[in-house]
Design a protein around this ligand. Structure first.
Ligand code: SF4
Length: 390
C-alpha cells in the first residue's frame, strides 16, 4: 500500500527554532524558579549537548534567572565514541572556565561494561536483558545526584529538592500529544535520557525536559548556528553528519548497526578506529551456547513450581571470559583507544580468582553446548523430560 502524506491542520504553524527556544525559556522560567538548585544530565550526544548549551546560554544572557547552583553531570560510560568523548570533555572544561560546576560521573568499578561482562560473567546486553543502561548511566547519575543533594542539605532538616534537567526530546507533535515515550533505543534517541526522566528519586529531584518539543532540525540548527557561543559542540557533526542517527556506547549491542562508528571510520581523522568494528561480532559470538553455562533441567522457583524457562543459557564460561578479554585488549591496542584500563583488567582477573558468577549461578552448571536430555514444563505445570537418542 502506498502511504500518502497528509498535512495536518497545524502544518503552517510548525515551530521555528526561535519559537522552540521561546517555549524552552518559558518552561525554564515557570518551573525553574521553584528550585534553587539545578542539575543537568549530560551524555555528550546531540540532545543533551543542545540542552546543556541552551540552559547555560539562557542563564548567562539573563533570559532566565540564574539558580543558586547549576551542576552539569556528565555520564561517562567509558564506552563513548572518542570524538564525542573529546567534545564532551572540551565542553566541560569550557563550562568550568565559565564558572559552571561540572562533574564526571563514572560507573562503579564492578559495574563497568567489561568488568561486569568478563569479571562477573554476565553475557552481552540485549533488548530483553538490558543491564547496561542502569549500570553505566542511570545508577551512577542517581548516586551523584543524591550526593549533591546531601551536600546542599547537610544542615537542613527538610530536604530541598533539585531540578534535574534532561535532554529527553519527543519532537513537536508528540510533545503536543503529551505522549511520553521513554524508549531511548531507537532512531535518534539518546540512551539513558528517558531513564533519567523516569528513575530520578522524587524525594531528591523533579525532572524537566526543556527541549522536549524540539524537532531534530532545531537541535542541529541550534548546535551549529545558535548564538550559544560553545564552539566545542560543533565537533558532533563528524559523528552524526546530516543523519538522524542514534549514538551510544561504542559497539552498542542493542542496535542492529553502529552507524555512528561506520561513519566515523570513513573519515581520515578517525579511520584508525576501524578495529572497533569487531566489537559487535564479538558480542554475537559470545552469546553462542558454547561460550555459556546452562541451567540443568528441573529448576524450580521459590514457591516450588517448575521454572518456566528450563535449561536457559546463562553466564559466560571462564574460557569465554578469557577469550573475550584477550580479544578486547587486542582491539583496543590496534585502535589506539582505552576500552579496558589497567585497574579494570586487574579487577576482572581478581573476580576470576574469586570464582565470581552472577546471582543464582555457581559455575558448576553444564556448558551450553553439552548434549543433555530435554526438559520442558507442560501446560499443566508438570516437568517432563525427553531422553537423548544417541
Ligand atoms: S548505548 Fe547501548 S550499550 Fe550503552 S548503555 Fe545504552 S543500550 Fe547499553
Amino acid at each position: 500500500m502506498t502511504r500518502t502524506y497528509q498535512p495536518s491542520l497545524f502544518e503552517t504553524q510548525r515551530l521555528t527554532l526561535d519559537g522552540a527556544i521561546d517555549l524552552s525559556l518559558a518552561s525554564l522560567a515557570a518551573y525553574g524558579n521553584q528550585y534553587r538548585h539545578w542539575a543537568l544530565a549530560y551524555s555528550g550526544g546531540k540532545d543533551s549537548s543542545a540542552t546543556v548549551t541552551c540552559v547555560a546560554w539562557a542563564i548567562q544572557t539573563g533570559r532566565v534567572p540564574a539558580p543558586a547552583s547549576l551542576t552539569v553531570l556528565y555520564a561517562d560510560t567509558r564506552m563513548e565514541l572518542p570524538p564525542l568523548q573529546r567534545s564532551a570533555m572540551r565542553l566541560l572544561e569550557r563550562m568550568t572556565r565559565d564558572g559552571i560546576r561540572t562533574q564526571v560521573v563514572l560507573p562503579s568499578l564492578n559495574d563497568r561494561f567489561f568488568v561486569y561482562m568478563f569479571g562477573r560473567g554476565v553475557p552481552p546486553p540485549k533488548n530483553r536483558f538490558r543491564w547496561c543502561t542502569p549500570h553505566l548511566k542511570v545508577e551512577p547519575m542517581m548516586h551523584a545526584l543524591k550526593a549533591l543533594s546531601d551536600r546542599i542539605n547537610i544542615d537542613s532538616e527538610q530536604r530541598e529538592k533539585f531540578l534535574m534537567l534532561t535532554g529527553v526530546r519527543l519532537g513537536e507533535s508528540a510533545a503536543r500529544d503529551q505522549r511520553i515515550a521513554l524508549s531511548c533505543s531507537k532512531d535518534s534517541g539518546e540512551c539513558g535520557q528517558g531513564w533519567f526522566q523516569s528513575s530520578t528519586d522524587a524525594q531528591i529531584a523533579d525532572t524537566l525536559a526543556p527541549l522536549v518539543h524540539w524537532r531534530v532540525c532545531h537541535v542541529w540548527d541550534w548546535l551549529y548556528f545558535g548564538a550559544h557561543g560553545y564552539d566545542e559542540v560543533r565537533d558532533l557533526a563528524v559523528v552524526y553528519g546530516n543523519g538522524d542517527i542514534r549514538t551510544g556506547c561504542t559497539g552498542c549491542n542493542l542496535v542492529d548497526r553502529d552507524t555512528a562508528l561506520e561513519r566515523l571510520v570513513e573519515t581520515d581523522e578517525w579511520a584508525h578506529l576501524a578495529p572497533l568494528m569487531a566489537l559487535k561480532p564479538l558480542y554475537r559470538e559470545l552469546k553462542q551456547p558454547q561460550h555459556r553455562k546452562r541451567k540443568p533441567g528441573g529448576e524450580r522457583r521459590k514457591d516450588g513450581k517448575p521454572a518456566k524457562n528450563q535449561q536457559r543459557l546463562g553466564p559466560l564460561t571462564m574460557e569465554a571470559r578469557a577469550f573475550g578479554l584477550a580479544r578486547v585488549l587486542d582491539i583496543q591496542a590496534r585502535a589506539g583507544v582505552d576500552l579496558i584500563n589497567a585497574e579494570e583488567e586487574a579487577r576482572i582477573r581478581e573476580l576470576w580468582a574469586l570464582d565470581t558468577w552472577p546471582n543464582k549461578w555457581t559455575g558448576d552448571e553444564p556448558n551450553g553446548d553439552e548434549p543433555v536430555p530435554r526438559v520442558e514444563v507442560t501446560d499443566a505445570g508438570v516437568l517432563v523430560s525427553q531422553e537423548l537418542l544417541v
